[in-house]
Design a protein around this ligand. Structure first.
Ligand SMILES: [Zn+2]
Length: 169
């Protein structure tokens, strides 16, 4: 006689297993230069010696050409929204009021977009080509992290012509 219960041969399809992972990110030389610049309110990229593309943040090499990018270039803390997403879904640990916008911003002088938060504008008013500027934390609060830029906001400039950013969408 056996007790009534689950079939012991039935496969277990899921279990609940809380896991905590702690990461320590080591930025490396190129990213460290970038992050030290951010701490000083500057955005430093690197230009590829072959294709001349400016990477911000720099990774120390051009992914397309496979060569080191040693030339340091300072880019503007303003740029153009190339793509964006409106976040409507609440999630655990969320600090920002919904809906909000995360955007890829092509900084003036850069050739790859920087992903950051866009605030001080209604989500439905955000669009491709919108000109935006960085809102920095006060100098005494800046640290070597992109959180030293609190967010971007519309700069009030006229929209950028699609031709100026079409290759970066
Ligand atoms: Zn290159």
């Amino acid at each position: 006689m056996t007790e009534a219960g689950p079939d012991p041969n039935e496969p277990v399809r899921s279990i609940r297993a809380p896991v905590h992972l702690e990461y320590h990110f080591m930025p490396g030389r190129a990213s460290s230069r970038f992050l030290r610049g951010v701490e000083q309110g500057r955005l430093l990229g690197q230009r590829c010696p072959q294709c001349a593309k400016v990477y911000v943040p720099p990774r120390g090499a051009c992914a397309a050409c496979g060569v080191p990018t040693d030339e340091e270039v300072e880019v503007a803390d303003r740029g153009t929204v190339t793509t964006f997403c409106v976040v409507n879904v609440p999630f655990h640990g969320q600090k920002i009021k919904l809906p909000y916008v995360s955007a890829t911003i092509l900084l003036d002088g850069a050739d790859i977009g920087l992903f950051h938060l866009l605030q001080e504008v209604d989500a439905e008013k955000v669009h491709m080509g919108m000109r935006v500027e960085a809102v920095w934390a006060p100098p005494e609060q800046r640290k070597p992290t992109l959180e030293s830029i609190l967010h971007f906001r519309p700069s009030g400039e006229p929209d950028a012509d699609y031709e100026t950013y079409k290759d970066h969408v």
